[in-house]
Every structure is written in structure tokens, then in C-alpha cells.
Design a protein around this ligand. Sequence first.
Ligand code: ZN
Length: 114
Amino acid sequence: MAIAASLIDIVKEEMAKHNASKLLMVRVCYGKLTNLVPEALSFAFEVQTQQSPLEGAELELKEIPVTVTCGECSTEFTPEGTDLFCMPCPSCENLFGHTVLTGKELYLDHLEAE
Ligand SMILES: [Zn+2]
């Protein structure tokens, strides 16, 4: 899984910067629209960190909900489901042209190492 590999690269870089030799925990925030499967990432992370200073670290995954602004009336809302093509606005029922505010993020939020 490519995401796990790039995550591990980032973690290693951060640890090198801080002269850390053992990873304790890492928290990743991911938007609902990234289609990331937390179980799959956890598993890939576990497998790919075996026999490395990252082995045994706790991987915490935090989901960021989707919020959009209606293209018609500018109402901010959280659509149900993740279908970008069917997000009825709660105030004007407009379906299209919304601006996605959150939900596409994927980043390393926090890291603990020693
Ligand atoms: Zn609207």
C-alpha cells in the first residue's frame, strides 16, 4: 500500500530530524473523501515496519468529516455519505457546484518517539 510507504518515509524523516530511535505512536488525519481504509493502512503499516525502529508503534487514525459550501446559497453543511455527485443542500436542495472545505486531507498530525 503506497500510503503506508509514504507515511513511513515521513515518519523516518521526522525521527531523523529529532534524533529519535524508537517510534511510540503516530497519528494520521484523513478526510472521508480520500477513500482510505483505516484497517488496510494499519495492517500495511504493521507489516512494513517490522524489524525497524518503527515496529510496534501505535498508529492512530482520525477521520475528518466532509464539509462543503453550497454553490447556490453558500450554506455550509456536512453531506451524508461520500458521493460527491449527490449532496443535496439542506436549505435550497441544490445538488451541484458545492465547494469542498474539508474531507480531502491526508496528513501526519502527531508523532511520539524517543
Ligand atoms: Zn444551498
